[in-house]
Design a protein around this ligand. Sequence first.
Ligand SMILES: NC(=O)c1ccc[n+]([C@@H]2O[C@H](COP(=O)([O-])OP(=O)(O)OC[C@H]3O[C@@H](n4cnc5c(N)ncnc54)[C@H](O)[C@@H]3O)[C@@H](O)[C@H]2O)c1
Ligand SMILES: NC(=O)c1ccc[n+]([C@@H]2O[C@H](COP(=O)([O-])OP(=O)(O)OC[C@H]3O[C@@H](n4cnc5c(N)ncnc54)[C@H](O)[C@@H]3O)[C@@H](O)[C@H]2O)c1
Lengths: 206, 206
Amino acid sequence: KIPEATIKRLSIYNRILNELSRDGIEVVSSARLSEISGLNAAQIRKDLTYFGEFGVRGVGYFVTHLRDNIKKILGINRQWNLIIIGAGKLGQAILSYGNLKSQGYNIVAAFDNDPSKIGTKIGAYNTPVYPLTKLKEIVRKNTVKIAILTTPAVAAHEVLTMLEEANVEGVINFAPVKLNPSKNIKISYVDLVTEFDKMVFKISSE
Amino acid sequence: KIPEATIKRLSIYNRILNELSRDGIEVVSSARLSEISGLNAAQIRKDLTYFGEFGVRGVGYFVTHLRDNIKKILGINRQWNLIIIGAGKLGQAILSYGNLKSQGYNIVAAFDNDPSKIGTKIGAYNTPVYPLTKLKEIVRKNTVKIAILTTPAVAAHEVLTMLEEANVEGVINFAPVKLNPSKNIKISYVDLVTEFDKMVFKISSE
Ligand SMILES: NC(=O)c1ccc[n+]([C@@H]2O[C@H](COP(=O)([O-])OP(=O)(O)OC[C@H]3O[C@@H](n4cnc5c(N)ncnc54)[C@H](O)[C@@H]3O)[C@@H](O)[C@H]2O)c1
Ligand SMILES: NC(=O)c1ccc[n+]([C@@H]2O[C@H](COP(=O)([O-])OP(=O)(O)OC[C@H]3O[C@@H](n4cnc5c(N)ncnc54)[C@H](O)[C@@H]3O)[C@@H](O)[C@H]2O)c1
C-alpha cells in the first residue's frame, strides 16, 4: 500500500510539471524540482523510482513524459464528474475555484435543502442547485463517482446514507464529524486545523 | 528535520485524543488509535517513540498525558491570534469554522479592500473587517504571528509585502499563486486539488 504522504507529493509534482510544461521547459532535474516544491531532492528521486525508471542519468526528467506517467499512476489522466452537497460559503468557494476545472475536475451539480438556493445557478461556473430528491438521477446520468460534503455536521450522516444509496464511491468530507460508511464507499476527511498546526510547528521550531 | 507528514499525523492524533478525553477515556492502545484514524499502528508507535517514551507496555498510552505532550511538541499548548486577508466566500467559511476556535486559534480581525465589507462584522464570531491600512496596528496590538491569505491570486504578492512589513511570521496561503517571500516569513500552500487527487487514487487503485 502506497503511503498517503507519497500520493500527496505526486499531486504536488504533477502541479509543478504542469506549470513547467506550460512555460515550455522540457527537462527538469530532481534538484530543480526540490527548489520549486521545497521538498527534499532525495525524497523526490525515491518517490519517482518507486513507480519506474523515469529519469535519464546526467540529464534529468523529461517534463511531459514524467507528468503523463504521474497522471496515470494517480488516475487523473481523465476527466472526473463530481457533485457537491451543501451550497453554503465553503461549497461556493470550492465551486468557484478555477484550479479544479483546469485539473480535470468538473462539479456537475450542487445539492442543498434551502428552498432559496434550489433552482438557482451558483459559483463562477453557474452550477445548478438541485434538491436531494434528484441525487440518484444526477449521479447516474453524469457517471459521478465522487461527492464533496460541505453541509453542517448534523446533516452529514443522513446525506452519507443517500450517497451510498446513489452508489457514489468516494466522499471528500469537510463536515467536522466522524462518519460510519458502509464498506462500498471511501471517506476522506479534510480539516484545515491541520494546516494551522503545521504552520504553528514551523514557527515554533525555529 | 521532522517530516511534514509526521507533523500532520501528530495533528490528527491530537484531535483524536481530544475526543477520547472528552468521552472520559483514560487509556488508549496504538491498535485503537489505528482503528479510529485509519493510520497504520506501527507508524503510530514509531511517530510517538520519535519524541519520547509515552506508552506503558501492555497498557497503552494515557490519553491526557499523551495529548498534552503532543500539544507541546506542535506548539499548540497555547492560544494563537491570527488575521485573515480577503473576506470573501472562502474567508468567511474559515471565519465561521468552529473547530478553529476550539483548538485555540482566534482570528481576531479580517481585512479586505471592498468598501461594502470594511467596517462590518462577519462570520459566526462577528469578526470585524478592517482596511489594509490598519494591518500593522492590529498585528502589533494582538501579537499576531500568522495570517491566512484568501484573496484573489492577483492581490497575493502585494498583500504578502504588507504582511512582511507588519512582521507577521507565517502565511497560510490559499491563493493559487507561487509567492516570493523574504527570508523572515514562512509560507504554507493549501490546495484542495490534492485532496481530490488523493480520493481519485483511492478509488482507482481498488
Ligand atoms: N474541514 C474544514 O477545514 C472546514 C472549514 C470550514 C468549514 N467547514 C465545515 O463545512 C461545512 C460548511 O460550512 P459553511 O461555512 O459553508 O456553512 P454554511 O452554513 O454557509 O453552508 C451549509 C450549507 O449546507 C446546507 N444544508 C444544511 N443541511 C443540509 C442538508 N440536510 N442537505 C443538503 N444541504 C444542507 C445549507 O442550506 C447551506 O447552504 C460546515 O460543516 C463547517 O463546519 C469545514
Ligand atoms: N487553495 C484552495 O484549495 C482554494 C479553494 C477555493 C478558493 N481558493 C482561492 O481562495 C481565494 C478566495 O476565493 P473566494 O471564493 O473566497 O473568492 P472571493 O472573490 O469570494 O473573495 C475574495 C475576497 O478578497 C477580497 N480582495 C480582493 N483584492 C484584495 C486585496 N488587494 N486586499 C484585500 N482583500 C482583497 C475581495 O474583496 C473578496 O472579499 C481565491 O484566490 C481562490 O482561488 C483556493
